[in-house]
Design a protein around this ligand. Structure first.
Ligand code: HMG
Ligand code: MG
Length: 298
């Protein structure tokens, strides 16, 4: 049987916006996060303290974190690739920091300019500092179902990184399909393999929708007991270091699916549609979400 409730981590403000070419003013990002907060998310990935030379769009992260209206109980998370990022996250009052590596050696080099092994060594200090400051620690693994540079990725490689992130003390680990190439049975297989290394209820599915498989992959993940999913309002997004990869699965579409399945999320779909319309209007294009556009057209 499927889980009765799921946790949806809204990653639009970070994963969704990081790849936008035009600089988006901080007040627009703040308004987006505030609207998402009002929609009922308990987890919002709000910003990213990475090098502004690598990801210019995230350069306003401190301003965004300082400007949002926080709702008690909501976890506002940020990406932290190193101690410099962690110090910024701490100063910004982040509730959760995300250390991110890859199941593919080639992608780790392109995205964080080091090997998987080196990334784990770099994260050791971040993990320790997070624990000392009572900040939640999440680990994210890119290219768990395929890599734009090396192609196939073995489930054992994903499990290996899960084990290393677990040993650093991660509270939660994301299994990410960076380029959206995974398909349902493969996803179930990888999830079952990694669940031997880390508690199933603390594993999440982070699916990009490049090949239109994200909803199928979410359903397949539900069938094997995964109950945490990442999604982006209006289907925003893409990774600057994964050419051609499109946005995350759209939050509105995921919520529509969960509603139909009778799975509780605690999130108001109509409010997310409004947030999706808000950011799409600012970006000057239609939302990449069937449900968002269908509901908005009513
Ligand atoms: P590097 O060039 O090897 O490191 O980058 P460095 O230490 O030599 O730093 C270079 C410059 O950046 C220096 O500035 C540092 O101070 C500065 P300079 O001295 O030249 O003026 N710097 C920083 N500035 C602000 N905050 C920091 C920071 N760190 C260094 N934290 C580094 C290594 C890891 C920093 C770089 O590769 C980087 O920032 N990478 C991040 C790339 C990224 O954000 N990718 C997208 C997010 S991951 C993703 O989207 C995948 C995910 O969604 C899951 C999935 O779908 O797969 C999570
Ligand atoms: Mg992503």
């Amino acid at each position: 049987s499927l889980p009765q409730q799921v946790k949806i981590v809204e990653v639009g403000p970070r994963d969704g916006l990081q790849n936008e070419k035009e600089s988006i003013p901080a007040d627009i990002k703040i308004e987006l996060v505030n609207r998402l907060t009002a929609a009922g998310f308990a987890n919002i990935e709000a910003a990213s303290f990475v090098s502004p030379k690598w990801v210019p769009q995230m350069a306003t992260s401190a301003e965004v974190m300082a400007g949002i209206s926080r709702k008690p109980g909501v976890i506002y998370s940020v990406l932290t690739p190193n101690m410099k990022g962690f110090e910024a996250a701490l100063a910004a009052g982040a509730d959760e920091v995300v250390i991110f590596s890859s199941a593919s050696e080639a992608f780790a080099q392109k995205n964080i300019n080091c090997s998987i092994e080196e990334s784990i060594e770099r994260f050791r200090d971040v993990a320790l500092a997070a624990k000392q400051n009572n900040i939640r620690l999440r680990g994210s693994i890119s290219c768990a179902f395929g890599c734009p540079y090396q192609g196939e990725v073995a489930p054992a490689s994903v499990a290996d990184v899960v084990r290393r992130l677990r040993d650093l003390g991660c509270d939660e680990i994301d299994i990410a399909d960076t380029i959206g190439v995974g398909t349902a049975r493969q996803v179930q297989n990888v999830m079952q393999v990694v669940a031997q290394e880390f508690p199933l209820h603390s594993l999440s599915g982070h699916f990009h929708d490049t090949y239109g498989q994200a909803l199928a992959n979410i359903y397949a993940s539900l069938e094997v007991g995964i109950s945490i999913f990442h999604s982006s309002v209006a289907g925003l997004g893409g990774c600057p270091y994964a050419k051609g990869a499109t946005g995350n699965v759209a939050t509105e579409d995921v919520l529509f699916l969960m509603q139909g399945l009778g799975i509780h999320t605690g999130i108001d779909l109509n409010a997310v549609v409004d947030a999706g319309q808000f950011i799409s209007t600012h970006l000057g294009r239609k939302a990449v979400s069937r449900a968002c556009n269908a509901i908005a057209a009513k």
